[in-house]
Write a protein that binds this ligand. Structure first.
Ligand code: ATP
Length: 675
């Protein structure tokens, strides 16, 4: 029992009001549904008899009813969600002008008969809960800054309409609640953190900057959570100009996409469209050229291939392409005089027109010049003679191009830049992954990309995994504000040599923040993982648990027995998820084949599309962004993790663990591990 009987009474009262509101909302939805069905039936019945005007009126009415129905259903769903857990905090605020407010904060606003009973966590006044302890406080209301004093702060956990706890703001209550939240076993999907958002996180979530924001955050610092909460905040703050359809998330793979897919709907917003870099390439290159998917660099031990990837992953490479594109204006189009009977457009004039359309991709300029030529011939055509068709003019202009296709252009670029050996096609009409984005960049300059202006905010997660050239293309495709987040301590690709500074150089005007407190793992796990990295600013959150164990096995056979023992342990215990993380996708698949179907294990491979609780066997690459109650890392010896990149891989693997971490090795232990 908690010490605040007044809060129990208040909860009962709110639940009652929510119940009534929910009933009303249910009735509304039902009524609108009946109206809709009736209108539809009426139209079907009298289709032939209604005059067009009446038909049109009815169709409009139907559309409106449908729209009202959608809004009513959304509002009912929100009320149903609120009923389960109406609010998580209360703040009492005394404004400097003497007015006193008691503010209950929950997932959504709840107003009843004109009275504000629950404030949305995103409302300006709610911000004080995250930003201030009791004492002087203030917030930015629509009408201007309001200063005052927070006299009380309470936190609640209400689940299934029952108050599990209530705490009053003596020192550190926020810490207690955070500890409680973090110590739970994992959920199948990422969940919202509105009741425990930390001050430094809140600053990012509520950042209204309309430009680009770059967040470098340690493993488990809540970057992904924050990015998703920021989307929900922006949708609330700018609801008149931004809707879910206007936001896109670029995420590394479908499993991760599935894992994070619940957060936004949980916060009451429509799901957000998710894309991967590969999806974008597929859309852009359809009918032009094929490409090989990105392969795990660790599975392709070919030094020449690595060299190609490495070269194309630098910022200098983008600069080379930029310089080449800059020169294209003078080199790609070699005009000659165009004549048709007595009519003539001379080469200098054509060249000037070509330059005048300099803002357009090269090939798009040609039809414009063809039109210009035809128009000028028409003006001169006093004798009304036969004139050429624009299509014929275009054909002649096209023949003045030094190259005809982006592929030829790309080959030319490689030749001109002295790197023809760095372009290899794995098969006919197929690009290597490392060539896909450079190709698209040139394609943008030569033919133009398929653009859509619908996205007004783009979120890029795992920023460290993408090469500068990928950003260069993204900037062309999405010229909107961006939230870019990731961790340069978690670099996956040994052939990517770009740095955080390179990324920041590409977004000179972007705001930059760092998050160093890590919330996911226990203090023991995070300290262990931290010592794998050379220098890091990570601060583990003080939540204690078992120390990680590093276990030596005499033989691979013994290691396998140990893995099976760990699996049985997990199956008997109370944890919800266990990740068995191997270095490569191939290793993961081999272990999966060995254990399946004797044990209930799932393989997360690059082809997987969803994430489930239970036991997952996967590679470091595929485990990115995910988390498990328990993590087991087999083959954690010196022979597996030895290079500087392996250091980062091992760090990624260890930081997937929330509560327990075990590493196995058969030969010498890996030298990055703490002694
Ligand atoms: N303020 C918070 N309150 C409660 N839980 C939090 C908070 N911040 C982060 N977490 C939890 O910490 C875990 C890690 O969060 P998240 O996955 O967003 O971190 P990340 O920085 O993207 O991690 P990584 O880079 O390692 O994938 C999640 O379980 C998240 O719910």
């Amino acid at each position: 029992m908690h010490p605040f009987p007044d809060e129990t009474a208040r909860l009962a009262e709110i639940l009652q009001k929510l119940d009534a509101a929910l009933q009303e909302a249910d009735a509304d939805v039902e009524r609108i549904d009946t109206d809709y069905k009736n209108a539809k039936r009426y139209m079907a019945q009298y289709r032939g008899e209604l005059d067009p005007h009446e038909m049109f009126q009815n169709e409009l009415l139907l559309k409106q009813t449908d729209h009202t129905g959608t809004i009513a259903a959304a509002s009912r769903d929100r009320l149903a969600k609120l009923k389960d857990s109406p609010y998580f905090a209360r703040i009492d605020f005394k404004c400097d002008d003497g007015e006193e407010m008691i503010v209950y904060i929950g997932r959504f606003t709840f107003r009843c008969r004109g009275e504000m009973l629950i404030y949305d966590w995103r409302a300006p006044v709610s911000g004080m809960f995250y930003d201030y302890e009791t004492g002087p406080a203030g917030y930015d209301a629509p009408a201007g800054r309001i200063e005052g004093y927070l006299t009380r702060k309470r936190q609640f956990k209400i689940k299934n309409c029952i108050m599990e706890y209530a705490l009053e703001s003596a020192a550190n209550i926020q810490d207690d609640v955070l500890q409680k939240e973090l110590s739970h076993t994992s959920d199948e999907k990422m969940k919202s953190i509105i009741s425990t958002i930390q001050k430094e996180q809140n600053k990012i979530i509520r950042n209204e900057n309309t430009g680009t924001l770059i967040i470098q955050g340690a493993a488990g610092s809540g970057k992904t959570s924050i990015a998703l909460h920021r989307i929900a905040f922006l949708l609330y703050r700018f609801k008149d100009r931004l809707s879910s359809q206007n936001v896109t998330i670029l995420s590394p793979n479908k499993v991760f996409g599935d894992y994070i897919s619940n957060v936004i709907p949980e916060l009451g917003e429509e799901p957000i469209y998710e894309l991967s870099f590969s999806d974008i390439a597929e859309i852009q290159l359809e009918g032009i050229i094929g490409f090989e998917e990105e392969s795990n660099s660790l599975d392709v031990p070919d030094e020449k291939w690595s060299r190609r990837v490495r070269f194309k992953s630098t910022l200098e490479f983008v600069r080379m392409l930029d310089a080449y594109i800059e020169k294209l204006n003078d080199t790609i189009f070699l005009p000659s005089d165009y004549t048709f009977g007595p009519f003539k457009a001379d080469r200098d004039w054509i060249a000037k027109r070509f330059a005048a359309y300099g803002n357009y991709p090269i090939k798009q300029r040609l039809p414009m010049i063809a039109d210009d030529i035809c128009r000028s011939f028409e003006d001169d055509n006093i004798m009304e003679q036969e004139l050429p068709q624009p299509r014929a003019v275009l054909k002649s202009l096209t023949s003045m191009l030094a190259v005809r296709s982006t592929l030829a252009l790309y080959k030319n670029f490689c030749k001109d830049s002295g790197i023809p050996h760095l372009f290899v096609m794995p098969s006919k009409k197929t690009l290597e992954w490392a060539d896909v984005y450079p190709f698209l960049y040139l394609h943008a300059a030569f033919e133009g990309l398929k653009e859509s202006r619908i996205t007004r905010h783009l979120v890029i997660d795992e920023m460290q995994d993408y090469a500068p050239i990928q950003y260069a293309v993204i900037n062309l495709l999405f010229p909107c504000s961006k939230t870019i987040l990731g961790d340069f301590g978690q670099i996956l690709n040994p052939n990517h040599s770009h740095t955080l500074d390179d990324l920041r150089a590409m977004y000179e005007k972007a705001e930059f923040t760092e998050l160093n407190t890590s919330y996911r793992s226990t203090w023991e796990i995070m300290n262990f993982a931290k010592s794998i990295l050379k220098d890091t600013k990570i601060r583990p959150v003080k939540r204690h648990g078992k120390a990680p164990s590093v276990i030596f096995c005499q033989t691979p056979g013994e290691e396998l027995l140990k893995i099976e023992a760990e699996i049985r342990n997990f199956l008997q215990g109370r944890d919800a998820s266990m990740g068995i993380i191997l270095k490569t996708d191939k290793d993961a698949e081999a272990l999966f084949k060995h254990l399946h179907p004797t044990y209930p294990v799932e393989l997360i491979s690059p082809h997987s599309t969803s994430f489930k609780n239970g036991i997952s066997i996967t590679s470091v690459r595929m485990s990115k962004g995910l988390e498990f109650d328990a993590v087991l890392i087999p083959d954690a010896g010196k022979e597996t993790y030895f290079s500087e990149y392996d250091r980062s891989l091992l760090y990624i693997a260890c930081t997937r663990a929330m509560h327990s971490l075990t590493l196995l090795h058969t030969k010498e232990p890996c030298c990055f591990l703490p002694k």
